[in-house]
Design a protein around this ligand. Structure first.
Ligand code: GLV
Ligand code: MN
Ligand code: MN
Length: 418
């Protein structure tokens, strides 16, 4: 299948969405907020102008199709997200939605509905950067958001997730009741194209790749280490209860555990960030009495996540005893790892092969909406497209030629589903 005539359409969409969301440094499309809604309304108008059917689902996500598909007909879903992290790049998420739209446009051009109709879903709220919770749009559809999740607040406006969702047209009462808002039995397959967010494909010169599995994570958005704020000159080391040294000690202990687990072949990445003392009272002459920080561990194995989480808590207990501090944890958040469907992986690999591009099977370190569908029992598969300079920064650099190879592989795979 030759989709090269759609390349200018893709270029135009990426240019126009970039212009809509450029914040002076990078791309900002806040989840269930103004930035994301601007992208949704742009894509909705564009799709309608191209003669596609557009509707919103009960979680406020946008759904595109060739025609109004009868709601009980089997379909293939092609999805990804339209939000971004603050000052992020234009391709994380959006590339997958544009890829799906091009597949629909290609079918429209050929006047073919395929043996399995396609619905393209532009998910809202995938990024945890805004509310401290990932997969909100897809999670809401699958009945996975809790009351506590709905009370989370937007990092800039302070509004609750429930209010923001309602403003975007979501049925918050049904979401709160954890109703499953979509008939999952009709979704024969869930496919997602996404940029690779790490450096592997550039290093291995792979324009496209098939994803084998998606790491899950265990997180705390906000941990507080409380010690004793005192004059920095007068308290000897043995009498200090320094929250900053305690947090640094924790970070170095976790780094040691991480290194030895890696030596044993365990799949694990560990991150801490958002480290802060209170600017209203901090000073170079004051021993920090309170330090807050975030904690995240990711792995392809749920057992590893749980075991490492226990290590974190045990080290915190030890540091509390040794340094006279106290750690207070907010709600623990868990996203389960996921395995992509074997048959779909094989079909995606054959479709990559047919493009003539070098490809490989790679795990995803980043999280994706696909993990929720895979864990809900829907056969799910993902394609990666090469992207330089990593992601969650303004420097993402996907070549349009690589993207079109990915779209071709995606379109070919969709033609082989029934
Ligand atoms: C998604 O962007 C993630 O944080 O993995
Ligand atoms: Mn992301
Ligand atoms: Mn993403």
């Amino acid at each position: 299948m030759n989709l090269s005539c759609l390349r200018p359409v893709a270029e135009r969409i990426f240019d126009e969405t970039r212009a809509l969301a450029f914040d002076g440094v990078g791309i900002t499309r806040d989840s269930y907020g103004a930035g994301e809604s601007a992208a949704a309304s742009y894509l909705g108008k564009l799709a309608e102008a191209e003669g596609l059917a557009v509707r919103a689902d009960r979680a406020g996500n946008l759904v595109f199709s060739l025609t109004e598909t009868p709601s009980d007909a089997p379909v293939a879903w092609v999805g990804s997200h339209i939000d971004s992290v603050p000052r992020g790049g234009n391709y994380d998420g959006l590339a997958g939605v544009v890829a799906g739209l091009l597949c629909l446009l290609e079918r429209k051009r050929r006047g073919s509905h395929g043996s399995l109709p396609i619905e393209v879903v532009a998910f809202r709220g995938e990024e945890s950067a805004w509310f401290g919770k990932a997969y909100m749009g897809s999670g809401a559809l699958l009945g996975k958001l809790s009351e506590a999740d709905l009370l989370l607040t937007h990092r800039s406006t302070g509004e609750s997730l429930a209010d923001c969702m309602r403003r975007c047209g979501a049925d918050v009462e049904a979401i709160r009741a954890q109703e499953v808002l979509v008939d999952t039995s009709r979704i024969r397959a869930y496919l997602e194209l996404h940029i690779e967010q790490g450096p592997v494909m550039v290093a291995r010169e792979l324009p496209v790749a098939v994803v084998s599995a998606i790491r899950g994570n265990v997180r705390h958005n906000h941990v507080v280490c409380a010690g004793d704020a005192q004059h920095s000159g007068v308290v000897p080391r043995w009498l200090r209860r320094d929250a900053m040294f305690a947090v640094a000690d924790l970070v170095m202990r976790l780094d040691d555990h991480w290194r030895s687990l890696l030596e044993r072949g365990t799949d694990l990445v560990v991150t801490t960030g958002v480290v802060a003392t209170d600017p209203a009272e901090h000073s170079i002459s004051r021993i920090p009495g309170k330090v807050s920080f975030s904690l995240e561990a990711r792995s392809k194995s749920s057992d590893t996540l749980e075991a490492f989480y226990q290590v974190i808590r045990a080290e915190c207990n030890a540091i509390e005893r040794q340094r006279g501090v106290q750690f207070e944890f907010d709600r623990r958040l868990l996203s389960e790892p996921a395995t992509m469907d074997r048959e779909l992986c094989a079909k995606l690999a054959r479709a990559c092969e047919a493009t003539g591009a070098a490809h490989a099977l790679l795990p995803s370190g980043a999280g994706h909406d696909a993990s929720l569908f895979a864990n809900a029992g829907i056969p799910s598969g993902m394609l990666f497209v090469r992207n330089a300079n990593g992601s969650h920064n303004p420097h993402e650099a996907m070549e349009i030629g690589d993207f079109m190879l990915g779209v071709e592989a995606l379109a070919n795979t969709l033609e082989r589903l029934d």
